[in-house]
Ligand binder design. Sequence first.
Ligand code: AKB
Length: 318
Amino acid sequence: MKRILVTGATGQIGSELVPALRSRYGNANVVAAGHKKPPHQGVVEEGPYITLDVTQIEAISAVVRDYQIDTIFHLAALLSAVSEKNPQLAWKVNMGGLYNILEVSRENNCAVFFPSSIGAFGPNTPRDNTPQDTLQRPNTLYGVCKVSGELLCDYYYTRYGVDTRGVRYPGLISYETLPGGGTTDYAVEIFYDAVANKPYDCFLKPGTYLDMMYMPDAVRAAIELMEADATGLKHRNAFNITAMSFAPEELAASIQTLIPGFSMRYTVDPVRQAIADSWPRHMDDHAAQEEWGWKPQYNLEHMTRDMIERLSKKLEHR
Ligand code: AKB
């Protein structure tokens, strides 16, 4: 990786992956691409920032040529709940965008990181210790795009030798940028209300266990996988990775150890509840551990402490 393009750079993962890549590879060597004005100045001031519509293949080609890109972290996509509201747009952006990125990478010899998700599984996938290789029949458009994306990345590797790699991310928790319309967003929103000393109204019901991860681990996973020795990779794409699994009431209890007055009630959103009920409760990530040394650093307690500290500081300074 010498010259890197990050699509979706202003999103939840991108806004933390870009600075991490810049501090490792040099500011000028990491091009941040968003489809709108960046939310904070850092992405623009610290290195190149461009607006890019990933549904426009010619625009991607031009950026890759102009900046002599050799690696693309392709993060631009609609999340699960938003995709259910507008499946046609989700197909266009999530599948069309990935196809364009892979085609441009084939022509320009770029490596590609593609984030799949726990959303790639469906209601008849084993929900506990979900195996790396198992039944995948998702019933959401988001999930259909993720499974198709995993297969398309495999295809571009075996057919054309494009160095595609990727993980299946669980719900991601971060303080820098809010997620935009996912099913696991409650695990971020809850902290904003907790540090503001407000009760939180959770849209998933108690007992809804899902895999989760703190953003520093998620960013490190993407970089470590792209830097891993290719000879050790049997899977390449769609590695299960997880750091913790909890239900909403367990996250609330963890917050209460630091903010004792915090309380949570439930107003269940049937659409997001149905999506969550079709996803794994806990994935088996042994393939990632064995093939490229994956190991999370944050558990529930450590993540909760760090989130509360950092979010309190961030909101104080607003
Ligand atoms: C979502 O909830 O849509 C995402 C995901 C798990 O892929 N956070």
